[in-house]
Design a protein around this ligand. Structure first.
Ligand code: BGC
Length: 419
């Protein structure tokens, strides 16, 4: 039987907003990613013909995807200089929250030396959000690293964690007056596997022992940062942004059930290990994984431009699992789709709003929704062609155009704020 559509009643203080990360939007960053991009752009452009041609959007994206330039973040969306304009958009869409990251390689370009101009930039940035009554959700590591830190072995070495902690202390003491919500790490497991197991991202290795070390060192880093933050000020609310899929058995076979439950346990492992050092959990939700036996086979009825199976409603199940396991307040810190034609985004948002309502009706302590992303941006190894933005960006001119789905979403937010 079909479940009835729930009545939409969101809490007055619910956070409605959007998410970004520094390297993907700011432009002109210098870190391990920007170096890797320059070294790999030509190869990636050549590989696109073989690797991406199965994508539903291939005909529309092939021109961009086969050019090396696509794989270089360069000036990205120039958000570093155009943030006021982007914050105007947040206001226009009635948003009261915004997630972004502070770029370590800007704040500490050389070991132990802090760049006063970069600190001042983020001070002005945060001040602008404050003036607009927009709550900042501050990520401190969204996968990019300063070159000097990489040269020391990066997160592969336990003894290097102290450098990250020192950076965090600096940011919290210099800029902490402007925010409460802190996300030290974004998706540590995704980083570990893409960078150390699947050789997709820098340093592009396939090395299990190193992957394990990095993963455990990131766990350690989160714990250290938590402790350090309480020393700077007890007001900070510390979270994590973790990629949570809905993982389920597609049939009644024992193997399907066991496979799904093992994968879910793996998915929850990092958070389970730091749950005492968390004030909230950031859920990044993009897709589901359905098991038949020990293989994942999704419905694939609707695919995003990246070929991901679109099941926005399943976020309800992912939220309920995280709630049941951890009983902590939840913020959806990322959720969205690559949709260059803006064909599915409105549908996706509506389905997600209904799913969030159902989850809350069933007891989930959901406190906010931050869409990925505010802007079209640099989608890591895929480069610029995947369009995740509520706002379309012309990468040549920097010009922004708010997509129709976003204008619609803005109106819905306003309504829900008044309900
Ligand atoms: C990451 C983002 C990324 C998004 C879409 C998330 O896992 O945190 O940086 O752009 O997924 O792939």
């Amino acid at each position: 039987m079909k479940e009835p559509t729930p009545k939409l009643v969101f809490p007055k203080k619910f956070f409605w907003g959007a998410s970004t990360s520094a390297h993907q939007v700011e432009g002109n960053n210098h870190n391990q990613w920007s170096i890797w991009e320059l070294e790999n752009a030509v190869t990636r452009a050549q590989q696109a013909r073989y690797e991406l041609k199965y994508l539903p959007a291939w005909e529309d994206i092939k021109e961009q995807a086969t050019k090396p330039d696509n794989y270089i973040s360069g000036k990205a969306t120039d958000h570093y200089n155009r943030y006021e304009e982007d914050f105007d958009t947040l206001e226009q869409l009635h948003m009261n929250a915004f997630r972004f990251s502070i770029e370590w390689s800007r704040i500490e370009p050389e070991e132990g030396s802090w760049d006063p101009l970069a600190l001042e930039h983020y001070r002005l940035y945060l001040h602008s959000l404050q003036r607009r009554h927009i709550e900042p959700f501050v990520t401190l590591w969204h996968w990019t690293l300063p070159e000097w830190f990489v040269a020391k072995g990066g997160f592969e070495k336990r003894s290097n964690v102290k450098y990250f902690v020192r950076f965090v202390e600096k940011v919290l003491s210099e800029l902490g007056a402007y925010f409460r919500y802190v996300i030290p790490l974004n998706e540590p497991a995704i980083y570990t596997s893409k960078s150390y197991l699947e050789h997709d991202w820098p340093p592009a290795l396939e090395n299990k022992p190193k992957a394990l070390k990095v993963y455990l060192n990131l766990l350690h880093a989160h714990k250290k940062v938590y402790k350090a933050s309480t020393k700077v000020n007890r007001k900070f609310k510390i979270g994590i942004a973790e990629n949570f899929a809905h993982i389920y058995a597609g049939d009644n076979a024992q193997l399907s059930k066991v496979s799904a439950s093992l994968m879910a346990r793996g998915n929850d492992f990092f958070v389970a290990r730091i749950k005492r050092q968390l004030d909230f959990i950031g859920v990044n939700y993009y897709f589901s994984n359905r098991f038949y036996g020990n293989r994942i086979h999704n419905e694939d009825q609707r695919l995003s431009d990246l070929g991901w199976d679109m099941q926005p409603r399943d976020i309800e199940h992912a939220l309920r699992r995280v709630h049941k396991k951890f009983h902590l307040p939840i913020i959806i810190t990322e959720n969205g789709l690559a949709d260059h034609a803006d064909e599915w985004r409105r549908w996706w948002l509506m389905e997600t709003i209904l799913a969030m309502q159902k989850a809350m009706d069933k007891g989930v302590k959901l406190e906010g929704y931050l869409h990925w992303s505010l802007l079209d941006n640099f989608e890591w190894a895929y480069g610029r062609w995947p369009r995740f933005g509520l706002v379309e960006v012309n990468f040549k001119t920097g010009e922004r155009t708010i997509r129709d789905s976003a204008l619609w979403f803005g109106k819905i937010i306003k309504k829900l704020q008044q309900s």
